[in-house]
Unconditional design. Structure first.
Length: 180
């Protein structure tokens, strides 16, 4: 459990922000408001909540027309400590060895250590904002090594053959050549 006001504020705001989309200004106001409320509760002051407008039926109002949050008091803003966000630590050393990352049935990420993947391209883009070429250069992976599990690639290749795609491709190329 959190022990001081800053930790409590962080926990509360993170929980709220994880379920509600907030602009940077709204997030800052939320932090200040929660911190000021917790300070008042710690001093046994009476905390008055602003009266919420009655709920209207029908469509939800647009973001611009929503009521703004109450600003924090000057005292709370002055006593609130400034905390710099920590930079994410990205190691140049791989978490997995080449042999651990490139298995027959699965492939693993050498950055975060996640295993059990069939392909790495989407994982790299979503989780690490990295392209396959950058990943290969970073860990000195040969260009001829695919970032796909070999068994998965073989299964997809066989599925394409079973559907007759090579014959269809050859026929389309021949038709294109005749048209020229």
């Amino acid at each position: 459990m959190a022990t001081n006001l800053l930790e409590l504020t962080t926990d509360i705001v993170v929980a709220h922000a994880s379920t509600t989309e907030l602009s940077p200004e709204e997030l800052l106001q939320e932090i200040m408001m929660v911190y000021a409320t917790l300070q008042a509760l710690e001093r046994d002051d009476v905390v008055e909540e602003p009266e919420a407008p009655p709920k209207k039926r029908g469509r939800k109002p647009k973001k611009d027309s929503e009521q703004a949050m109450e600003p924090a008091t000057e005292e709370a803003v002055q006593t609130m400590p400034v905390v710099e966000p920590a930079a994410p630590v990205i190691s140049d050393e791989p978490v997995l060895s080449f042999e651990e990352a490139f298995q027959e049935d699965t492939i693993g990420c050498m950055i975060c250590g996640r295993t059990g993947l069939k392909t790495l391209k989407k994982h790299l883009a979503v989780e690490h904002d990295m392209k396959p070429g950058q990943y290969k250069r970073k860990f000195k992976i040969p260009k001829d090594v695919n970032l796909v599990a070999p068994s998965y690639a073989a299964a997809r290749r066989q599925m394409a053959i079973d559907r007759g795609l090579p014959e269809k491709l050859a026929a389309a190329r021949a038709a294109k050549k005749k048209a020229e």
